[in-house]
Design a protein around this ligand. Structure first.
Ligand code: HEC
Length: 229
């Protein structure tokens, strides 16, 4: 037994022997400082303490920011989003420009016109007039377009030969683009050298003729006279 754990007797002056607390603290003073420190410490409690509310908000904020970030930068979670070798999908910028295509026109001509005018474009003597070297085909494209859209009936002179037949409104069932392809082909085949025809021209002509029936060739010439050669 030593007196280190004994409660200090304040009335007694410190003893001469300092004991193990050789740095100037008496046993009594040491115990006093200890109990003072113990008093200033918070009481330990059992159980969990609540998370401060600002930390909850902080993490909510992180979650929200993360969501925003992914929405903007996830690349729709497509595996190709970050693949530099993947083909770029270019955004379509408005309607595609129409390209008159004589090759498409030839196929359409064979299907819709060749039965009468023949694949050679020479027609059938006495029945179907030729398109090759025809003045009706060259020049103003409206004349050719209108003939295809509503057809022709009555006397007509082509390359100095008279015909009197009936051409149905073949183009009525065709799209503007298809008529444009056909007209382009007819104007460039068999030695013909007229320019290509755009689908917008066909649309304009379709509007202009409205619901009228076949043209008499003479009436069509009033609207679009044959060009002097
Ligand atoms: C059912 C037969 C028939 C079909 C199909 C037909 N045509 Fe004709 N086409 C005629 C006849 C007949 C005439 C002459 C009309 C007349 O006598 O008034 C004619 C006249 C023409 C003319 C003016 C005269 C000339 O020879 O230049 C053009 C141009 C023409 N056709 C283009 C076409 C085109 C292009 C197609 C196809 C989209 C077509 N035709 C389909 C029978 C046809």
């Amino acid at each position: 037994m030593n007196d280190r754990n004994r409660h200090p007797d304040r009335n007694r002056p410190p003893q001469g022997n300092p004991g193990p607390a050789a740095d100037g603290f008496s046993d009594g003073r040491l115990v006093e400082v200890h109990s003072q420190l113990a008093r200033e410490k918070e009481e330990p409690r059992e159980g969990f303490s609540l998370t401060p509310i600002f930390i909850v908000f902080l993490f909510c904020g992180f979650g929200f920011w993360g969501g925003l970030y992914l929405t903007r930068n996830s690349g729709d979670f497509a595996s190709t989003a970050f693949d530099v070798n993947a083909p770029k999908v270019t955004a379509a910028t408005g309607p595609v420009e129409f390209e008159p295509d004589a090759a498409k026109g030839e196929k359409l001509f064979v299907a819709n016109c060749a039965a009468c005018h023949q694949a050679s474009g020479l027609g059938v003597p006495g029945a179907f007039p030729p398109l090759a070297k025809s003045a009706w085909v060259a020049g103003a494209e409206e004349r050719l377009i209108k003939a295809i859209l509503v057809g022709l009936a009555g006397e007509i002179e082509v390359n100095g030969v008279k015909y009197n037949g009936n051409m149905p409104n073949v183009g009525a069932a065709l799209k503007d683009a298809q008529v444009a392809h056909i007209a382009t082909y007819v104007r460039q085949a068999w030695g013909n050298t007229a320019g290509p025809v755009m689908d917008t021209k066909v649309a304009e002509a379709r509007k202009a003729i409205g619901t009228r029936g076949q043209y008499a060739p003479a009436d069509l010439l009033k609207e679009h006279p044959l060009e002097a050669k």
